[in-house]
Design a protein around this ligand. Structure first.
Ligand code: XIL
Length: 353
């Protein structure tokens, strides 16, 4: 039942996006005449949602919001729905950042994906001192509280994020696994489902986009959950990739297909394409970046179970890549909000070009 309802919600979102070029707010500056076609209209025609991560602080910048509202119909909180920003002091929850994002989205007919209920990073410092029994209680309370708070306002949650270890391809030996055992993952999905039975529940990870050891590990984790009857609805492929060594499109398509064959959805959940180490001239790097964006989004467009493509930001003015990897230009618009070749790569993929 949940899948039917949620599918209707996503289909509705896709229909609504066809009218996306209508200005939606008096505070949103109209786009200049030379603005390219809205991504959300093309995505709607393809039956997909097109998303971006945002931070509430950016929503006061009208140049930012004009491009955000024109092109996207799906939004993920880049930071503000994680445990640490919500509950830095134990028992004192602050939903203001996530609420600002959810309210902005609701006013413009965008859907919201919650991110992320259980992640080994962005955990409040007080959590480290908990005993196993206390951690079980507090993690369950956290999931229940946050999923209940956003019930009816998010269509999906990343319930567990990045639980696979990079080197062993076993489960990451996080505090959660050490204290709660492997079952913390299944338990998290069950609690999230109780708190928000309508939300689609995703497992989200990086580095498992095409076929290979990590994607095999993700696949067997989610297959195990499906086999146990755990309420999981899909897998998010983060897609933080490099233009110099992009995932292979056929491998991504095959990986999406095997996930879909489990009865799950799949989405591109955090895409960006680094060019900082690509080595070529700027124009050549940006063209390689365009082609990576085009081929990865094309894999989603071709896969019926792929319901959304979300980018981890949209303007090179703001990206987590700079603090994690150094100078770069990883997104669809440049720092002045002009569309880059990457933007046209995404548009082409959505329009089957
Ligand atoms: C990053 C955000 O972009 C940063 O602003 C924040 O400080 C740390 O987290 N994988 C994820 C995201 O699932 O939550 C991460 O986001 C990027 C990697």
């Amino acid at each position: 039942m949940k899948r039917v309802l949620a599918a209707a919600v996503l289909a509705l979102a896709a229909c609504g996006s066809k009218n996306a070029s209508t200005p939606t707010s008096p505070t949103t500056a109209p786009p200049p005449a030379a603005e390219p076609d809205p991504l959300r209209a093309a995505a709607g025609t393809a039956g997909k949602l097109v998303g971006t991560a945002v931070q509430s602080a950016f929503l006061t910048d009208s140049r930012y919001t004009a491009v955000f509202a024109r092109h996207f119909d799906y939004v993920t909180a880049e930071y503000e729905m994680k445990w640490d920003p919500i509950e830095r002091a134990r028992g004192a929850e602050d939903f203001s950042g996530g609420d600002a994002i959810a309210n902005f989205a609701a006013a413009r007919g965008m859907r919201v994906k919650g991110h992320a209920l259980v992640w080994h990073q962005a955990v409040p410092s007080w959590v480290a001192g908990l005993s196993a029994a206390e951690l079980r209680t507090e993690l369950e309370r956290h999931i229940r509280s946050v999923a209940s708070h956003y019930r009816g306002r998010v269509v999906a949650w990343d319930v567990v994020n990045e639980a696979i270890d990079d080197t062993t391809s076993g489960l990451r030996d996080s505090m959660f696994r050490q204290k709660l055992g492997d079952r913390y993952i299944a338990d998290a999905f069950r609690v999230a489902h109780e708190a928000d039975p309508q939300a689609l529940l995703f497992y989200n990870d990086y580095g498992g986009e095409a076929l290979g050891g990590k994607s095999d590990a993700i696949f067997s984790l989610v297959k195990g959950l499906v086999d146990q009857g755990v309420p999981i609805d899909g897998v998010g492929l983060q897609m933080h990739v490099r233009a110099a060594a992009p995932p292979d499109e056929a491998g991504v398509a095959a990986n999406m297909r095997r996930i879909a064959a489990l009865g799950l959805r799949v989405n591109i959940s955090e895409m960006d394409v680094r060019v900082g180490d690509a080595g070529g001239a700027t124009a050549a790097n940006l063209d390689r970046q365009r082609s990576v964006y085009r081929s990865m989004v094309a894999a989603c467009v071709a896969e019926p179970a792929c319901d959304a493509a979300t980018f981890w930001g949209f303007t090179d003015a703001h990206s987590w890549i700079y603090s994690a990897y150094g100078a770069d230009a990883p997104l669809l618009f440049d720092a002045q909000y002009a569309p880059k070749p990457a933007f046209y790569g995404v548009l082409d993929a959505l329009m089957h070009r």
